[in-house]
Write a protein that binds this ligand. Sequence first.
Ligand SMILES: C[S@@+](CC[C@H](N)C(=O)[O-])C[C@H]1O[C@@H](n2cnc3c(N)ncnc32)[C@H](O)[C@@H]1O
Length: 194
Amino acid sequence: MKAPAPGRPQDLWERMRSLTDTGYIPISDEEVRLFQSHSGAAPGQTAVDIGTGTGEWACEIARLGLAVAGYDSDGAVIEWAREVHTEHTARLHFARHDFTAGAIPASLRPGSADIVSCRHSLHLMDVPRLMTDIRRWLRPDGVLHVTTSVSDVRAAGFPDAQVRALAQGWREHHQYTVDPHQQVIAVVLRGPGG
Ligand SMILES: C[S@@+](CC[C@H](N)C(=O)[O-])C[C@H]1O[C@@H](n2cnc3c(N)ncnc32)[C@H](O)[C@@H]1O
Protein backbone atom coordinates (compact mmCIF):
# COMPACT_ATOMS: atom_id res chain seq x y z
CA MET A 1 0.00 0.00 0.00
CA LYS A 2 1.40 3.40 -0.92
CA ALA A 3 1.59 5.84 1.97
CA PRO A 4 0.31 9.37 1.54
CA ALA A 5 2.97 12.03 1.30
CA PRO A 6 4.95 12.04 4.56
CA GLY A 7 4.19 14.56 7.25
CA ARG A 8 0.88 15.69 5.87
CA PRO A 9 -0.29 18.13 8.55
CA GLN A 10 -3.25 17.18 10.69
CA ASP A 11 -5.40 20.04 9.41
CA LEU A 12 -5.15 18.68 5.86
CA TRP A 13 -6.28 15.26 7.08
CA GLU A 14 -9.19 16.91 8.88
CA ARG A 15 -10.10 18.86 5.76
CA MET A 16 -10.25 15.74 3.62
CA ARG A 17 -12.21 13.90 6.31
CA SER A 18 -14.78 16.68 6.56
CA LEU A 19 -15.54 16.29 2.84
CA THR A 20 -16.08 12.58 2.78
CA ASP A 21 -17.07 9.69 5.00
CA THR A 22 -13.98 7.81 3.97
CA GLY A 23 -11.13 10.32 4.37
CA TYR A 24 -7.91 9.54 2.47
CA ILE A 25 -8.14 6.16 0.75
CA PRO A 26 -4.65 4.73 0.32
CA ILE A 27 -3.45 3.79 -3.17
CA SER A 28 -2.24 0.24 -3.72
CA ASP A 29 0.13 -0.94 -6.47
CA GLU A 30 -2.76 -3.08 -7.69
CA GLU A 31 -5.02 -0.02 -8.02
CA VAL A 32 -2.42 1.69 -10.23
CA ARG A 33 -1.94 -1.49 -12.30
CA LEU A 34 -5.71 -1.82 -12.83
CA PHE A 35 -5.99 1.86 -13.78
CA GLN A 36 -3.23 1.52 -16.36
CA SER A 37 -4.62 -1.60 -17.99
CA HIS A 38 -8.28 -0.50 -18.01
CA SER A 39 -7.76 3.11 -19.09
CA GLY A 40 -4.99 2.38 -21.59
CA ALA A 41 -2.82 5.05 -19.94
CA ALA A 42 0.47 5.34 -21.85
CA PRO A 43 3.59 7.53 -21.76
CA GLY A 44 3.16 10.80 -23.64
CA GLN A 45 -0.58 11.07 -23.04
CA THR A 46 -2.25 13.97 -21.26
CA ALA A 47 -4.38 13.50 -18.13
CA VAL A 48 -6.51 15.71 -15.90
CA ASP A 49 -7.12 14.74 -12.27
CA ILE A 50 -10.26 16.37 -10.88
CA GLY A 51 -10.49 16.86 -7.11
CA THR A 52 -6.85 15.86 -6.84
CA GLY A 53 -6.59 16.54 -3.08
CA THR A 54 -2.97 16.31 -1.95
CA GLY A 55 -2.01 14.91 -5.33
CA GLU A 56 -0.93 11.32 -4.62
CA TRP A 57 -3.09 9.87 -7.41
CA ALA A 58 -2.00 12.53 -9.92
CA CYS A 59 1.59 11.68 -9.01
CA GLU A 60 0.99 7.98 -9.70
CA ILE A 61 -0.40 8.85 -13.14
CA ALA A 62 2.64 11.04 -13.87
CA ARG A 63 4.86 8.13 -12.81
CA LEU A 64 3.28 6.14 -15.67
CA GLY A 65 4.70 8.76 -18.07
CA LEU A 66 1.64 10.95 -18.64
CA ALA A 67 1.55 14.75 -18.37
CA VAL A 68 -0.92 15.43 -15.55
CA ALA A 69 -2.78 18.54 -14.38
CA GLY A 70 -4.33 18.09 -10.92
CA TYR A 71 -7.07 20.52 -9.87
CA ASP A 72 -8.72 21.03 -6.50
CA SER A 73 -10.97 23.71 -5.04
CA ASP A 74 -9.00 23.74 -1.77
CA GLY A 75 -6.01 26.07 -2.03
CA ALA A 76 -4.26 24.56 1.00
CA VAL A 77 -4.16 21.03 -0.43
CA ILE A 78 -2.92 22.37 -3.77
CA GLU A 79 -0.09 24.22 -2.05
CA TRP A 80 0.80 21.04 -0.21
CA ALA A 81 0.71 18.97 -3.42
CA ARG A 82 3.07 21.43 -5.12
CA GLU A 83 5.51 21.33 -2.22
CA VAL A 84 5.59 17.59 -1.82
CA HIS A 85 5.31 16.08 -5.30
CA THR A 86 8.47 17.43 -6.82
CA GLU A 87 9.61 14.20 -8.48
CA HIS A 88 7.89 14.60 -11.88
CA THR A 89 7.84 18.38 -12.10
CA ALA A 90 8.26 18.48 -15.87
CA ARG A 91 4.92 16.77 -16.38
CA LEU A 92 2.98 17.23 -13.11
CA HIS A 93 1.16 20.49 -12.39
CA PHE A 94 -1.35 21.50 -9.74
CA ALA A 95 -3.84 24.35 -9.79
CA ARG A 96 -6.66 25.58 -7.59
CA HIS A 97 -10.04 25.40 -9.33
CA ASP A 98 -13.63 24.90 -8.19
CA PHE A 99 -15.41 22.84 -10.85
CA THR A 100 -18.85 23.69 -9.47
CA ALA A 101 -18.53 27.42 -8.81
CA GLY A 102 -15.81 28.52 -11.24
CA ALA A 103 -15.71 29.26 -14.96
CA ILE A 104 -13.76 26.68 -16.98
CA PRO A 105 -10.01 27.37 -16.70
CA ALA A 106 -8.34 28.41 -19.97
CA SER A 107 -5.83 25.58 -19.53
CA LEU A 108 -8.59 23.00 -20.12
CA ARG A 109 -8.94 23.25 -23.87
CA PRO A 110 -11.55 21.30 -25.85
CA GLY A 111 -10.32 17.95 -27.15
CA SER A 112 -7.00 18.17 -25.29
CA ALA A 113 -7.10 15.30 -22.76
CA ASP A 114 -6.56 11.58 -23.28
CA ILE A 115 -7.73 10.72 -19.77
CA VAL A 116 -9.79 12.54 -17.16
CA SER A 117 -9.68 10.96 -13.73
CA CYS A 118 -12.02 11.50 -10.79
CA ARG A 119 -10.82 9.46 -7.80
CA HIS A 120 -13.32 9.67 -4.95
CA SER A 121 -14.29 13.16 -6.05
CA LEU A 122 -17.04 13.15 -8.71
CA HIS A 123 -19.84 12.57 -6.17
CA LEU A 124 -18.88 15.82 -4.42
CA MET A 125 -19.50 17.95 -7.52
CA ASP A 126 -22.28 19.16 -9.83
CA VAL A 127 -22.29 15.91 -11.81
CA PRO A 128 -24.39 16.92 -14.88
CA ARG A 129 -22.35 20.08 -15.43
CA LEU A 130 -19.01 18.37 -14.94
CA MET A 131 -19.90 15.42 -17.20
CA THR A 132 -20.73 17.90 -20.00
CA ASP A 133 -17.44 19.74 -19.48
CA ILE A 134 -15.40 16.52 -19.33
CA ARG A 135 -16.85 15.33 -22.65
CA ARG A 136 -15.65 18.59 -24.18
CA TRP A 137 -12.10 18.32 -22.76
CA LEU A 138 -11.53 14.74 -23.92
CA ARG A 139 -10.22 13.72 -27.33
CA PRO A 140 -12.68 11.69 -29.44
CA ASP A 141 -11.15 8.44 -28.18
CA GLY A 142 -10.54 9.79 -24.65
CA VAL A 143 -11.38 8.07 -21.38
CA LEU A 144 -13.13 9.24 -18.24
CA HIS A 145 -12.00 7.06 -15.33
CA VAL A 146 -14.16 7.39 -12.20
CA THR A 147 -13.14 5.67 -8.97
CA THR A 148 -15.90 5.68 -6.38
CA SER A 149 -17.37 3.89 -3.41
CA VAL A 150 -20.76 2.40 -4.14
CA SER A 151 -22.83 3.87 -1.35
CA ASP A 152 -26.22 5.40 -0.64
CA VAL A 153 -24.49 7.89 1.65
CA ARG A 154 -24.02 11.05 -0.44
CA ALA A 155 -20.72 12.05 1.16
CA ALA A 156 -19.21 8.61 0.52
CA GLY A 157 -19.94 7.85 -3.14
CA PHE A 158 -22.66 6.98 -5.65
CA PRO A 159 -25.59 4.59 -5.25
CA ASP A 160 -25.65 1.73 -7.75
CA ALA A 161 -28.28 3.33 -10.03
CA GLN A 162 -26.25 6.52 -10.35
CA VAL A 163 -23.12 4.54 -11.21
CA ARG A 164 -25.03 2.91 -14.08
CA ALA A 165 -26.40 6.30 -15.22
CA LEU A 166 -22.87 7.69 -15.67
CA ALA A 167 -22.45 5.51 -18.78
CA GLN A 168 -25.24 7.17 -20.77
CA GLY A 169 -24.12 8.53 -24.14
CA TRP A 170 -20.56 7.13 -24.13
CA ARG A 171 -19.33 4.92 -26.96
CA GLU A 172 -17.96 2.21 -24.64
CA HIS A 173 -18.16 1.59 -20.93
CA HIS A 174 -17.22 -1.03 -18.41
CA GLN A 175 -16.50 -1.19 -14.71
CA TYR A 176 -14.20 -3.18 -12.47
CA THR A 177 -13.72 -3.75 -8.76
CA VAL A 178 -10.90 -1.86 -7.05
CA ASP A 179 -11.52 -3.03 -3.49
CA PRO A 180 -14.29 -5.57 -2.80
CA HIS A 181 -14.12 -4.99 0.97
CA GLN A 182 -14.72 -1.26 0.80
CA GLN A 183 -17.04 -1.57 -2.21
CA VAL A 184 -14.81 0.63 -4.31
CA ILE A 185 -15.28 0.34 -8.06
CA ALA A 186 -13.95 2.11 -11.14
CA VAL A 187 -16.08 3.07 -14.12
CA VAL A 188 -14.28 3.44 -17.46
CA LEU A 189 -16.08 5.53 -20.10
CA ARG A 190 -14.52 5.83 -23.55
CA GLY A 191 -15.62 7.94 -26.51
CA PRO A 192 -17.34 11.08 -25.20
CA GLY A 193 -19.16 11.68 -28.49
CA GLY A 194 -21.04 8.38 -28.22
C1 LIG B 1 -12.16 12.62 -1.01
S1 LIG B 1 -11.06 13.80 -1.65
C2 LIG B 1 -10.21 12.81 -2.86
C3 LIG B 1 -8.85 13.34 -3.15
C4 LIG B 1 -8.01 12.50 -4.13
N1 LIG B 1 -8.63 12.44 -5.45
C5 LIG B 1 -7.75 11.11 -3.60
O1 LIG B 1 -8.16 10.15 -4.23
O2 LIG B 1 -7.11 11.02 -2.54
C6 LIG B 1 -12.10 14.82 -2.66
C7 LIG B 1 -11.43 16.09 -3.17
O3 LIG B 1 -12.33 16.76 -4.05
C8 LIG B 1 -12.16 18.15 -3.86
N2 LIG B 1 -13.35 18.86 -4.33
C9 LIG B 1 -14.62 18.81 -3.83
N3 LIG B 1 -15.44 19.61 -4.52
C10 LIG B 1 -14.68 20.19 -5.50
C11 LIG B 1 -14.96 21.11 -6.55
N4 LIG B 1 -16.18 21.63 -6.70
N5 LIG B 1 -13.95 21.46 -7.39
C12 LIG B 1 -12.71 20.94 -7.23
N6 LIG B 1 -12.39 20.07 -6.25
C13 LIG B 1 -13.35 19.69 -5.40
C14 LIG B 1 -11.96 18.30 -2.36
O4 LIG B 1 -11.33 19.52 -2.02
C15 LIG B 1 -11.08 17.08 -2.06
O5 LIG B 1 -9.71 17.38 -2.09
